[in-house]
Design a protein around this ligand. Sequence first.
Ligand code: GTP
Ligand code: MG
Length: 403
Amino acid sequence: MPIKLGLIGKTNTGKTTFFNSATLSSEEISSYPFTTKAPVTGIAHAISLCVHPEFKIQDNPNNSKCVDGWRYIPIELIDLPGLIKDAWKGKGLGNQFLSIAAQSDALLHVVDASGGIDSSGKITEIGTGDPISDFADIEEELIMWYHKILEGNREKISKLIRNGSDILDAITDLYRGIGVHKNQVKDTLFATGLEEKDFDNFDMIDSKKFASHLRKISKPTLIVANKIDVEGADKNFARLRERYNDSIIIPVSGDSEFSLRRAEQKGLIKYSPGSEQFEIIKSDELNEKQINALDFIKKGIMGEYMRTGVQFAINVAVFKLLKMNSVYPVADEKNLSDKKGRILPDLILLKDGATINDLAKEIHTDLTKGLLYGKDLRYNLRLPVDYQLRDRDVVSLVNASKK
Ligand SMILES: Nc1nc2c(ncn2[C@@H]2O[C@H](COP(=O)(O)OP(=O)(O)OP(=O)(O)O)[C@@H](O)[C@H]2O)c(=O)[nH]1
Ligand SMILES: [Mg+2]
């Protein structure tokens, strides 16, 4: 299953602009509030350096693409309608959107760093809106939604516990649909000091603390400080970094990425997503406005922030926030290929800490039966089944039957 990233935030912050530029879609973008009416899913890519040059072979990928030595790994990006205050109570279809957002592995919380929207998301004079409180408002909605799941099921949990269920199992069951693991519930009870407390004695402060901690560890989130191209946005970016210094914050110009990708599609420029430069190919086909826009992106965006930030935000979400490693499993050790002869066919993303056994499970549960060891094909080394894979490992799996 591909990794899922959800785009959340207030209306008009630029979620769809980000989504369209990352997935090359054409969903409607406008300055009217609540343009996006229903969640939309598209395919974007996480990009990592391919191993093929190191092995001095030409690859022939199957589950990903290799362009100029970079692997493009498909991931799912979900564009969501703008959230509003009291969404957790079901306002503005809030419940539905929150539950879809919560099915993501990680969230990209988009704010308007230009301060160009008011607290309800309406376009307003640049610099008067406050992305710090916008972020806090939406964050509060998420926590309240987690809170409601617990509060709304008090009786159910109490009953289960009375009937001999473990509190961990009873609570985990409630959140299972949004990808919460038992160890996260355990960590949360421990971190909030509720481990020893009888569930029936949890007061509102306890359950809020619980919700807030569980939200934080179960749904890693980074902040996209969007519209960084607007004058003055850099000040809000600095404020955001100061206020939310426990979060990763990425300056982004969704608009600029959108222009670059469109120009690249039309063959006007050469540009790879995430790259820190582009090259104009057909300057005679560009009008003055386009030339000025590209010039601004070169100086104002790439010169200041190195990149537009769209691809960077996705990469950071996958490789830093979710701590994924790229692993290349192959069936044929000599040719580094699969059974069909495709060289370095698949790149599998596995969470840091995943083992040879987890890799086998990910490829096919059958492979775990009779699994003897893995083989590191870079160093020709046997790896025990509980070896924790490292980023860019190239491995084969050795089974009892195969041997
Ligand atoms: N200057 C600037 N404007 C942007 C940027 N990204 C989006 N916008 C503008 O912000 C407005 C809203 O953009 P959308 O992408 O529709 O925002 P949204 O968050 O999807 O909005 P809803 O679907 O209503 O929730 C549009 O006018 C965009 O052109 C950016 O990077 N820079
Ligand atoms: Mg939208």
